[in-house]
Design a protein around this ligand. Structure first.
Ligand SMILES: C[C@](O)(CO)[C@H](O)COP(=O)(O)OP(=O)(O)OC[C@H]1O[C@@H](n2ccc(N)nc2=O)[C@H](O)[C@@H]1O
Ligand SMILES: Nc1ncnc2c1ncn2[C@@H]1O[C@H](COP(=O)(O)OP(=O)(O)OP(=O)(O)O)[C@@H](O)[C@H]1O
Length: 313
């Protein structure tokens, strides 16, 4: 008598990785009537990745979501989650039912100014498009991405790019070589709208208009692959606003400079502090200084630029 073991075939699934970012330069104009600030930013994607797995479920199941990672407790598990919203937006756009089980593995600090949630949205768009075989062109995914948040189009694109408008109109930038980064992350995040509101207060709502010409030295440093020149050109208009809400970050910045960082700044709306190092070894030395001084809850090293949202495995 022969025995047959019946094993159910695993449901088809797609795994996508999307990067967090650091704003090498962030210049913020006066708030507009839509509540958004016109900005010019040079984004760089770094090798801290969010991973979203989209798995097929039976028709009519709808969207479900699980999240893993050290800071997963701070992430919403309902339809307000950016990955869930991305699945809904794509389904509506192509006219399919949003049936999918999403699993998010967080590798970017939560509410840290590094676009972790935006990376989840970008990854979910790519993952669901592949799972549902809807074949939406990248340019069209970019339009959907902008609806989900100002940082989402960049997480889709990756590498290094100049963003204008809300930060969602992107032009790829030329770079040479690899840059070494260290990030000091805090358990307690900062709310992006609160940081923009603090900026409005500090500038009395009269911030000067912004232009791409302010970043000429930075763009030249990127093209030359010159980390020293890049370190000197790093800039963030939101830094003082973030420091007004988190004055302790000043010490984190000072410690990085004392450890020889080529430049140090608050990443985006903070509270993560980014430091540019000379090499991988130097990045580890800065990380060790921050850890020894208790200047961060978690310290991460990474390189940039990194690729945009793409299918892995
Ligand atoms: C600070 C940055 O991370 C820099 O890259 C981004 O500008 C923020 O991008 P994001 O988190 O994707 O932003 P969204 O989710 O679109 O917007 C959150 C809130 O941030 C503020 N916001 C965002 C982008 C922008 N250009 N001006 C703004 O004033 C608005 O109050 C908005 O309601
Ligand atoms: N998938 C998600 N992951 C993390 N947070 C999410 C997600 N979806 C929605 N959120 C909400 O968004 C808030 C900001 O999270 P996120 O990690 O994207 O911040 P951030 O890195 O500061 O973003 P940005 O740099 O784009 O402003 C969180 O506090 C959380 O409430």
């Amino acid at each position: 008598m022969s025995r047959h073991r019946l094993t159910a075939a695993p449901s088809p699934s797609v795994r996508v990785r999307a990067p967090g970012k650091v704003n090498l330069s962030l210049r913020v104009g006066p708030v507009g009537e839509d509540g958004y600030h016109p900005l010019v930013s040079v984004f760089q994607a770094v090798s801290l990745f969010e991973e979203v797995t989209a798995t097929q479920v039976s028709p009519g199941s709808g969207v479900s979501l699980t999240v893993e990672g050290p800071q997963a407790a701070g992430v919403p598990l309902d339809a307000t989650n950016l990955a869930w919203r991305a699945a809904d937006v794509l389904a509506r756009h192509v006219g399919v039912e949003p049936d999918v089980a999403l699993h998010v593995r967080k590798g970017v600090p939560v509410a840290g100014g590094m676009a972790g949630g935006s990376a989840d949205a970008a990854a979910a768009l790519v993952a669901c498009d592949a799972l549902w075989e809807t074949g939406v062109p990248r340019s069209e995914l970019g339009v959907l991405a902008a609806r989900l948040g100002a940082d989402v189009p960049f997480c889709l694109l990756g590498h290094t790019a100049v963003g204008t408008g809300r930060g969602d109109l992107l032009t790829p930038a030329m770079t040479r070589g690899e840059f070494h980064w260290v990030f000091a992350a805090s358990e307690e995040g900062l709310s992006t709208p609160r940081v923009f509101a603090a900026y409005d207060e500090l500038t009395g709502g009269q911030a000067p208009p912004v232009g791409v010409e302010d970043d000429t030295a930075l763009m030249q440093a990127l093209r030359a692959g010159d980390p020293t020149a890049l370190g000197a050109a790093l800039h963030n208009d939101l830094q003082e606003a973030a420091l007004s809400l988190r004055p302790d970050l000043r010490r984190t910045l000072d410690l990085a400079r004392e450890a020889g960082a080529l430049g140090a700044l608050v990443s985006g709306s903070g509270p993560t502090v980014a430091a540019l190092a000379r090499s991988r070894q130097h990045a580890l030395a800065i990380a060790a200084t921050w850890t020894a001084e208790g200047a961060a809850d978690t310290v991460w090293t990474a390189t940039g630029p990194a690729h945009g949202a793409r299918v892995v495995g």
